[in-house]
Write a protein that binds this ligand. Structure first.
Ligand code: NAD
Length: 248
């Protein structure tokens, strides 16, 4: 049977690296993107050049209808979805808690928390042996921010990742008897464009000296941990949060 994977937010950064690496490991990959169709198509083209199969699917993970469409289209193209990487995530400009308004909180929590819940729910409805599925695996992308709190920068983002850690532990136990494993990776400081959204494009260089391994990580280093958690090599691993943070 095909291994069919959806990676959310896969047009760049950690999601794109995960889509490429998983395709090389034999997965048929749904490359979800929100806006940047050209970038998503380029990820698909890169996968096809290495002999893999992938499909770009537009969709905002915080929208129930978009999430259902994503799973339906990937399922109709490649067969039942058996793996999900809840990677889509965002942060906004650095601010203190007393500067945050409800609109921003809805955006950040909408993508990072509600989006991850909606995709996980859709995956479980399709994978769970309780619903006639054949099982599967989910990997959530958390952040070391969940532990550090990101004071003065983006406590909203950090709290959203705390919710992802709790989702991971709770869902893993909820569906352990239904053929589904659930884990998360907790990246430290990784060299992607997310830091520009926080208003500090040079953040990786600034923070790197405080990382015990002395540098920021690459998207590929996180992708390798994700693809391992997806694989049968991790068959006895569920409910685990794996730091990929250079010791940070
Ligand atoms: P990135 O900004 O390069 O990629 C994030 C992707 O998510 C983008 O493609 C974006 O379009 C997509 N996205 C955002 N909101 C979306 C939505 N509502 N629906 C669909 N897609 C959406 O950043 P990245 O660093 O590759 O981030 C990937 C994940 O890793 C995120 O969850 C992020 O929080 C997490 N993370 C990153 C770091 C880091 O230092 N880069 C550290 C810890 C955790």
């Amino acid at each position: 049977m095909n291994r069919v994977l959806i990676v959310t937010g896969a047009s760049r950064g950690i999601g794109a690296a995960t889509a490429r690496l998983a395709a090389m490991a034999g997965y048929h990959v749904g490359v979800n993107y929100r806006n940047d169709e050209a970038a998503a198509r380029e990820v698909v083209a890169q996968i096809e050049r290495t002999g893999g199969q992938a499909l770009a699917v537009r969709g905002d993970v915080s929208d129930e209808g978009n999430v259902a469409h994503l799973f339906e289209l990937v399922g109709a193209t490649y067969g039942p979805v058996s793996a999900l990487v809840n990677n889509a995530g965002m942060l906004e400009r650095q601010a203190r808690v007393d500067e945050l308004d409800a609109a921003r909180l809805r955006r950040v929590l909408g993508t990072n928390v509600i989006g991850s819940f909606l995709c996980a729910g859709e995956a479980v409805r399709r994978m769970s042996t309780r619903h006639g599925g054949s099982g599967g695996v989910i990997v959530n992308v958390s952040s070391r921010a969940a532990v550090l709190g990101s004071p003065g920068e983006y406590v909203d983002y950090a709290a959203s990742k705390g919710a992802i850690d709790t989702l991971t532990v709770g869902l893993a136990r909820e569906v352990a008897g239904e053929g589904i494993r659930v884990n998360s990776v907790r990246p430290g400081i990784i060299d992607t464009s997310i830091h520009a959204s926080g208003g500090e494009p040079g953040r990786v260089a600034r923070v790197a000296p405080s990382v015990p391994l002395g540098r920021g990580g690459t998207p590929e280093e996180v992708a390798r941990a994700i693809v391992w958690l997806l694989s049968d090599e991790a068959s006895y691993v569920t409910g685990t949060i794996l730091d990929v943070s250079g010791g940070r």
